[in-house]
Design a protein around this ligand. Structure first.
Ligand code: ADP
Ligand code: MG
Length: 256
């Protein structure tokens, strides 16, 4: 896999035919996200953010244009490879946490690892490490309804982390949380970024969006701006200020 652009959208459109009307949920979107970048996608409700994330996450496909993941057009991956990408390479985090109500925190974190057929010992180790990372190992036996919203989202992040994905795709991860709890969740994303992960975080909240290295604005299915405007918001996010890619391997292209 090339270290340069992990995610490339080349004139990607997603089109819904609603009776007479043709709706471009995504309208010729071109963008690139490099390995190790922390990018936010900000736009109002209905602007196409979830559609963008679903295509990035191989949960949906473009109707026009091309999506390249790891340098390869998405249609060149087999169904098996796409399933592996969705299960292992990408960690999904959603607004509503999507935890299973009658499973404990640790069972929720373990479940995808069972589907991946990891041996029990490896599963235990990963579950413990992930729950410790989000500071919830002591609540591992709690069910979702015995945890606060912020804690549930931390379990969901631990669940994503336990598969050791390269990319984290988060769709409004702080949308159901108060601003203080949101900032605690953002701390976890900063830590994941500092550990070298690629993060795409979708939000309609400027305070959340500005914490990424780069903001991509979307409106009516169109990406308005993909430039680095305020790379760090008000918090340094990994690396140093003169080097937006934080000295990670993603620097190859910048060095040219
Ligand atoms: P956001 O996540 O920014 O709120 P979405 O990506 O969910 O926006 O939706 C973008 C646009 O596409 C909206 O106008 C929405 O109504 C429309 N849309 C999304 N999914 C469908 C669908 N399955 N059928 C028809 N229209 C859809
Ligand atoms: Mg949405």
């Amino acid at each position: 896999m090339t270290q340069e652009a992990m995610i490339v959208f080349d004139n990607v459109s997603k089109i819904y035919q609603m009776g007479e009307e043709t709706l471009y949920a995504l309208d010729h979107v071109s963008l690139q996200i490099r390995t190790g970048e922390f990018v936010s996608v900000i736009g109002p409700s209905g602007s196409g953010k979830s559609t963008l994330m679903n295509i990035m996450g191989c949960l949906d496909t473009a109707d026009e244009g091309q999506y390249l993941l790891g340098g390869l057009p998405i249609e060149q991956y087999s169904e098996d490879e796409l399933a592996k990408i969705r299960n292992r390479k990408i960690g999904f985090i959603f607004q509503s946490f999507n935890l299973i109500g009658d499973l404990s925190a640790e069972e929720n974190v373990e479940l995808p690892l069972i589907y991946q057929r990891l041996p029990v010992r490896e599963r235990r180790e990963r579950v413990q490490a992930a729950l410790e990372k989000v500071d919830l190992y002591n609540r591992r036996s709690h069910r979702p309804n015995q945890l606060s919203g912020g804690q549930q989202q931390r379990v969901a992040i631990a669940r994503a982390m336990a598969s050791h994905p390269d990319i984290f795709l988060a769709d409004e991860p702080t949308g159901n949380l108060d601003s203080h709890t949101s900032m605690q969740i953002m701390e976890l994303f900063h830590e994941l970024h500092e550990a070298g992960h690629t993060i795409v975080l979708i939000t309609h909240d400027e305070n959340v969006a500005r914490q990424a290295q780069r903001r991509i604005r979307i409106r009516d299915g169109k990406v308005e701006e993909a430039a680095t405007s305020d790379p760090y918001g008000d918090r340094p996010a990994g690396g140093n200020a003169s080097d937006p890619y934080g000295g990670r391997p993603a620097d190859e292209e910048a060095a040219r």
